[in-house]
Design a binder for this molecule. Structure first.
Ligand code: GLN
Length: 381
């Protein structure tokens, strides 16, 4: 038996795979991993099928189909007033997670420090460590997960290479405010600190909130990789398509890694998505669509024993249960699957130290009947 020394000791299988698998084994309603249980627009499927039938079945350009990159440039300009050159500053990727990994690979070397706000999407920290970087976690606490920028300042050192942002945030649903952005601008001014801004939930924001993309702010844009996801935008998480926006100098390095990692993303889907996105109506209504689901889920859940945390954006609703149980969040999450048939994600999985505040995350990107059935089961608790 040949064995290798693990580069990621202490890392198991991602919580999303684990919980979805457990949900499947127990035939539970799966509100754990974030993906819709309804289909995308048939017009999108038709656009992709048409591209396949018309022979668009060989490699796409390494950086993405030009028509798609041009549309991304137009969309970004219209939404955030930011200019990105499709030739040199936009790269189509095989999903958000790949884009994150590629951006980190292009920038992080041994000893570089990366500031991460936790609870954080579970892909960031292992990727940083794999590259020899050091994770500097800043633990935020429920119910509001507010950032104290003086604390961030304290985490800064001569070795700080990057700050990872995620707004709307997974799992907390928290969004960066204009005041947060101003603090960030002050903090990074006259430094060469980079920003990785994971904005995959940019189109899922509620109650008239404004998404503060870092690219709205030239001082941040010049140091940022902005990560976006077509899976979240088009209800096609299984297509694994996203993109990365970054100034030319950063994109050049990003593409050096990208070309030897995925090389290029599948052609007919890029063509289909480009055709579909030519109509901005295809995504401008997304917040209203998901707000209806969030509101329904919150209304239903308010009849259960759980306490609802705020949810400003994303398709996740966090709830607390400490007032009725001292169980670990991993235990109650498992019990909800085995005894009640509903899967969620224990939020301790999003902390490096597995900090347990007694919070569970539910995904409400589901059909109305799925949400109703799930909450009916949770009522029995
Ligand atoms: N982003 C999704 C979530 O938070 C999962 C992505 C994945 O499973 N890799 O549930």
């Amino acid at each position: 038996m040949i064995s290798i020394q693990s580069k990621l000791p202490g890392v198991g299988t991602t919580v999303f795979t684990t919980m979805s698998k457990l949900a499947g084994q127990h035939n539970a309603i799966n509100l754990s991993q974030g993906f819709p249980d309804f289909d995308c627009d048939p017009a999108l499927i038709e656009a992709v099928s048409e591209a396949m039938r018309s022979g668009m079945n060989q490699y796409a350009p390494m950086t993405g189909l030009p028509v798609l990159r041009e549309l991304i440039a137009e969309k970004t300009k219209n939404l955030y007033g930011a200019s990105y050159n499709p030739e040199t500053e936009i790269t189509v990727t095989a999903g958000g997670t790949q884009a994150i990994f590629t951006a980190l690979s292009a920038c992080i070397s041994a000893g570089d420090e990366v500031i991460i706000f936790e609870p954080a999407y579970d892909a960031y920290a292992p990727a940083v460590r794999l590259l020899g970087g050091l994770v500097k976690p800043y633990e935020l606490a429920p119910p509001n997960y507010e950032i104290d920028w003086d604390m961030v300042k304290k985490l800064f050192s001569a070795n700080t290479r990057m700050i990872i942002l995620n707004s709307p945030q997974n799992p907390s649903g928290k969004m960066l405010s204009e005041a947060d952005i101003q603090e960030l601008i002050k903090l990074t001014r006259n430094t060469d600190v980079l920003i990785l801004s994971d904005e995959v939930y940019e189109h899922i924001v509620f109650d008239g909130n404004v998404h503060e993309s870092v690219c709205r702010h030239p001082e941040l844009q010049e140091r940022s990789f902005v990560i976006a996801s077509f899976g979240k935008l088009l209800h096609t998480t299984g297509w694994k398509m996203g993109y990365c926006l970054a100034p030319a100098g950063l994109t050049k390095e990003f593409r050096k890694v990208h070309q030897f990692n995925v090389f290029s993303v599948n052609t007919p889907m890029q063509a289909g998505v480009a055709k579909y996105l030519a109509n901005p109506e295809s995504y401008l209504g997304l917040s209203a669509f998901f707000q209806e689901k969030r509101d329904l889920f919150r209304r239903l859940m308010s009849e259960t024993k759980f306490k609802l945390l705020p949810c400003e954006g994303s398709y996740f609703q966090c709830v607390s249960y400490r007032h009725f149980s001292e169980e670990k969040d991993t235990e109650i999450a498992e019990r909800l699957i085995t005894d009640f048939g509903v899967a969620s994600i224990p939020v301790s999985a999003f902390y490096t130290k597995r900090t347990d505040h007694g919070i569970l995350r539910f995904c409400f990107a589901k059909r109305q009947d799925t949400l109703e059935k799930a909450v009916e089961r949770l009522m029995k608790l």
